[in-house]
Each structure stands twice: as C-alpha cells, then as structure tokens.
Design a protein around this ligand. Structure first.
Ligand code: HEM
Length: 410
C-alpha cells in the first residue's frame, strides 16, 4: 500500500490559461504516466472514468469544499462567501435531502419535456432578434437562452435579464478561485439577492390565481408549509439561475463549435430533431464543462493507494470519457457511437445535477433551432477559454453566416 503523498504523480497546471486552451492532451499524458491519479496545485486529480465512479460511491466519506474555497479567497463573512457556504451544493445530509425533495418534482424528465415548447419559443425569439445582425458572438447569444428560460419558468420579467446575465457571468467564476474576480462576484451575489427578494415579494403581494402553478408558486407553497425557510427559498432561486447559466451556455457554445467544421452533421442536426439530440449527447462525452471537488473526511484506499484525510480531490467530469478505455476512437466526434459508458458531465451521487433533464432538453431544442435557422456558419475560432477548474468553455465565439430560408416552426 502506498500513500498518495509519497507517489510521484503527473502534475497538471489546471489553473493556467494555456491549460484551458486545450485540456485534453494534458489528461492523456497524465494517464500515460499514472492510470488514474494526478496532482495539481490544490490536491489530487482523478483522471480515469472508472476511478471517478468508484470513488464517488464513497462520497459519504467526503465533504464539500466550499468552506475552503471561501477561506482560500479570504472572503469569510462577505455576501459572496456566505452564499457559497449556504447554497445547495454546500448542504449535506438531511437539510440537503429536504431541499432536494421539495425541488425534485419540478425537475423530472417529464417536467423538462413539458417545457420543450417554451424552450423552442425562447430560442426562436432570440434568433428573430439576433439573426438580422448578420454576424455576432455566439457565446453572447447563447448566454441569453438559459436565463430567459429560467425567467419564464418562474414568471420573472424579461427586463431583468441583462442585469442577471452580468451577475451570473461573475458568480460563474466562483470555483476558479482567482481573487481577481472577487469584487465582481460580490456584486453579482448582491444583484441576485435584490432580484429574488423583489420577485418573492411581488408574487406574495400578487399571487397568480386560476393558473397552473409555476416553479415559483411551488417553492412558495413549500415555504408556506414549513418545507424551506425564507433564506433557503431565496438561496435556491439564486442557485437555480447560477447552476444552469454558464454550464448550459458553455455547453451549447461548445456543441455549436464542434459542428462548425462538420457541415454535414450541422445540416442534419437542423433537419433531424433526434439526430440533434445525439450530437448533444456526444458533446457531453467529448467536452462537458464541469468538475466536482470534495475533501476527504478520512483516509480512503483505492487501487493500492491511500488518499489522505483532508486531501482535496478534484474530479474533472469533462475528461473522463475522452479515453480509449471507455470510448472506442475516443478522439473521434461521433454522434452515432455506442454509449454504454455513459458520460458523467452531470456529476454523480447525492448532488447529481438536479437540472440535468432541463439542461439536456434546452440544449437539444436550442441546437436544433439554431442549425435550422443559421445557415453556413463561419468563425475565426474562439477568442479565449474559461478557467478549466471552474465552469470550462469558450470565451467568445464570433460567427458570420447566411440566413436560412426556414421558418420558425420545426
Ligand atoms: C450543461 C448544463 C449543466 C451541467 C453540465 C451541470 C452540471 C452539474 C454538476 C456536475 C453538478 C454536481 C456538482 C457536484 O456534485 O459537485 C450539478 C449540480 C446541480 N445542478 Fe447542474 N448542470 C447543468 C445545468 C443545470 C441547470 C439548467 C440547472 C437548473 C435549472 C441545474 C441545477 C443544478 C442544481 C440545483 C445542482 C445541485 C444539486 C444538489 O446539490 O443536489 N444544472 N450540475
């Protein structure tokens, strides 16, 4: 048995901009040196699909690391720091389960499918607004999609969208742990708190009568019956926006980017709704955007290595299925491939993404409409990349295109 601290492990410079520009060869090299474990500045990195799955089964022996993130950022007692320590991903055990149980019925596959019409409407309205520009930044365009869908789900006015977008751009950098972003993140949390407080007060003052309850009505009912406190209600609303924003935006942008050099796939994704879904599934395998992090409550032994108590362990969910051992011709972007090793881009365990069905439906409907209505897209390529340890993705994707003849209807 060897202690992890004594092992000579590959070192990943995940925090560097150059790493974010193309993370995948770094992980391939690390796996060639050690089959499942590497190190970075903040601890261990698990680089193998099966190891991520096996270790996540032992999640009850780990804790969330948001307290440490707040400490590293020297932000204890600030609005951003407090939110990081309170939000859903920070919660454990009974409290977490109670909140998750309240939310679960609104986030089923069926609930997501019921909202596909709304998602189509939102993306088509956005395309109506943006297509006449003739050229634009795809990432910026894509950013309006998840916020607008979320606003529609909770009955918020579209006037708030630009303000919320700026706030979420900032809060999305939280797990990058780069102190440069702290003032913007603080401001972002304050903006979101003011927004949800106003939203809740507005709905309490003027309840919707005789209409199908929306997500906000359901959360208010849970609050009224003692299922969640006022603070938890506000935090959950903020977190739903934050959790779904740059994850979905980055994923849609990465999917579109992959198709730019594959005009046949692009055309087909616009013509064939099912095929567009396969393209989205393949992008989740090929890229995905997120990492999970945990701190070990005790020593954990795995494949002859002891990972020490209090070590930080990073699970880069995005890289796990870009590996020949789990996907034949792993470097080949192939929407029709066998998917017996499911991607884990939505995480695993007790905190597995609550919004995963909404996210998938949203990106699927978005991609299908975009491929139908934006013809022959061209781009000089991304202008930069988001930090890898946070929510990874492209930073800016300028495009020019021809207008397709196709009308809105699918
Ligand atoms: C491409 C889009 C998305 C990706 C890749 C993604 C990924 C993830 C991952 C990996 C986790 C687990 C993190 C961990 O355990 O450390 C998570 C949690 C979560 N996500 Fe998502 N997400 C996406 C979209 C969404 C959307 C659209 C929503 C809401 C509308 C959402 C709501 C949540 C919530 C509430 C949690 C916390 C669940 C809990 O703590 O029990 N996500 N997401």
């Amino acid at each position: 048995m060897q202690r992890g601290a004594e092992l000579e492990l590959p070192y990943l410079t995940m925090e560097e901009d150059a790493f974010a520009a193309n993370p995948f060869p770094h992980f391939a090299r690390a796996r060639a040196q050690h089959p499942w474990l590497a190190r970075w500045v903040l601890g261990y990195v698990v680089t193998d699909y099966k190891a991520v799955r096996d270790l996540f089964v032992q999640e009850h022996r780990m804790r969330m690391m948001y307290d440490s993130i707040v400490e590293i950022m020297q932000a204890k007692g600030t609005r951003w720091g407090d939110f990081q320590q309170r939000h859903m991903l920070s919660m454990m055990d009974e409290n977490h389960k109670r909140i998750r149980d309240v939310l679960a019925p609104s986030f089923t596959p069926r609930a997501a499918n019921r909202n596909r019409g709304l998602m189509q409407e939102v993306v088509n309205d956005l395309l109506d607004e943006w297509l006449p520009k003739g050229a634009f930044d795809f990432e910026e365009f894509a950013s309006y999609f998840p916020i607008t869908v979320m606003c529609r789900l909770i009955g918020a006015s579209p006037d708030v969208i630009p303000n919320l977008r700026a706030a979420m751009e900032a809060i999305g950098l939280s797990t990058s742990m780069d102190p440069r972003w702290l003032p913007a993140m603080q401001e972002g949390v304050v903006t979101m708190e003011i927004f949800v407080d106003g939203l809740i007060a507005g709905r309490r003052a003027a309840p919707r009568i005789g209409e199908e309850p929306d997500l906000l009505d359901l959360l208010l009912q849970a609050n009224a019956s003692g299922g969640m406190t006022d603070r938890e209600l506000a935090d959950v609303l903020i977190f739903l926006f934050v959790a779904g924003y740059d994850t979905s935006k980055n994923m849609l942008t990465l999917t579109f980017w992959e198709l730019l050099d594959r005009p046949d796939m692009y055309r087909r994704a616009g013509e064939d709704h099912d095929y567009a879904g396969k393209v989205v599934a393949e992008t989740f395998r090929f890229h995905s955007t997120t990492s999970s992090q945990r701190i070990l409550n005790e020593d954990i032994e795995y494949r002859g290595v002891v990972l020490e108590k209090d070590a930080i362990v990073w699970f880069p969910l995005s890289v796990a299925t870009r590996d020949e051992r789990y996907a034949a011709n792993a470097e080949n972007f192939n929407p029709e491939r066998d998917r017996s090793n499911r991607h884990i881009g939505f995480g695993l365990g007790a905190h597995i993404c609550l919004g995963q069905y909404i996210a998938q439906a949203q990106i699927h409907e978005g991609l299908h409409a975009i491929c139908r209505r934006i013809a022959n897209p061209r781009s000089p390529g991304p202008q930069g990349y988001r930090p890898f340890p946070g929510t990874w993705g492209l930073r800016g994707l300028p495009i020019a295109f021809d207008q397709a003849e196709t009308s809105k209807g699918s």
